[in-house]
Design a protein around this ligand. Structure first.
Ligand SMILES: [Zn+2]
Length: 70
């Protein structure tokens, strides 16, 4: 079970104070008729988008946020 305190500070939305959400870009793009790489996602909340250069770190954070929100 992931607690809010387990989420790193940079993944906490500075506007609403909640852990940011994982947006599935593949599903979103398909709906809009765009093609994106399978498994693409972004981490965002309140119109802010988090960009993480390190793929491993991004995936680790994604899993953590998904676990928190589920
Ligand atoms: Zn927010």
């Amino acid at each position: 079970m992931i607690q809010k305190t387990d989420i790193p500070d940079f993944a906490i939305c500075h506007r609403c104070g909640e852990p940011m959400k994982v947006i599935d870009l593949t599903a979103k793009a398909k709906k809009l008729g765009f093609h994106v790489v399978e498994g693409s996602f972004s981490i965002e909340c309140c119109d802010f988008q988090l960009s993480i250069d390190d793929d491993d770190e991004a995936h680790c954070l994604k899993n953590m946020l998904l676990a928190y929100h589920n």
